[in-house]
Design a protein around this ligand. Structure first.
Ligand code: DQA
Length: 145
């Protein structure tokens, strides 16, 4: 079974209570459970990770080369600021998908630019917690093509 790492950036541990009119009512644990179920259907082992710290996210992406077959990442606010995460994504040649719960292109100007998406194969946003499920569909197509 192929292994997929799903990385969640800052404040996503607060899902369920955080601005639920934008991000929905599902907690990160509930999203993780739904992703694991979807993974079974797609023959993918799903490993979830969340950190509020840029360096820890970078260290986790480094693990991709040896330990995982693909990456789904919601870099949260680092999406709009982190050249360091972009460089890390570019350095690692494995299938990579960026996801967002909200449609970042229909929100504030400062959210309309995703720096990190320049280092991934594709971007899914705007479907709430289903963006994660669609991300698994997409990565399975990249891995089992
Ligand atoms: C987000 C969108 C980002 O702009 C924001 O900073 C987040 C969540 C999303 O999933 O919609 O924290 O990545």
């Amino acid at each position: 079974m192929k292994k997929i790492l799903i990385i969640n950036g800052p404040n996503l541990n607060l899902l369920g209570t955080r601005e639920d009119e934008i991000y929905g009512k599902d907690t990160l644990n509930e999203i993780e459970e739904a992703c694991k179920k979807k993974g079974v259907e797609k023959n993918l082992d799903i490993i979830f990770y969340q950190s509020n710290t840029e360096g820890k996210i970078i260290d986790k992406i480094h693990e991709l080369s040896k330990n995982f077959d693909g990456l789904i990442i919601n870099p949260a606010a680092f999406t709009h600021s982190s050249i360091a995460i972009l460089d890390t994504l570019r350095a690692i040649k494995k299938p990579k998908i960026e996801i967002h719960l909200s449609n970042i292109y229909s929100r504030e100007e400062y959210r309309k630019k995703s720096i990190t998406s320049e280092g991934v194969d594709g971007l899914i946003c705007g479907f709430g917690s289903d963006s994660y499920i669609l991300g698994i569909e997409a990565i399975s197509k990249l891995i089992y093509k």
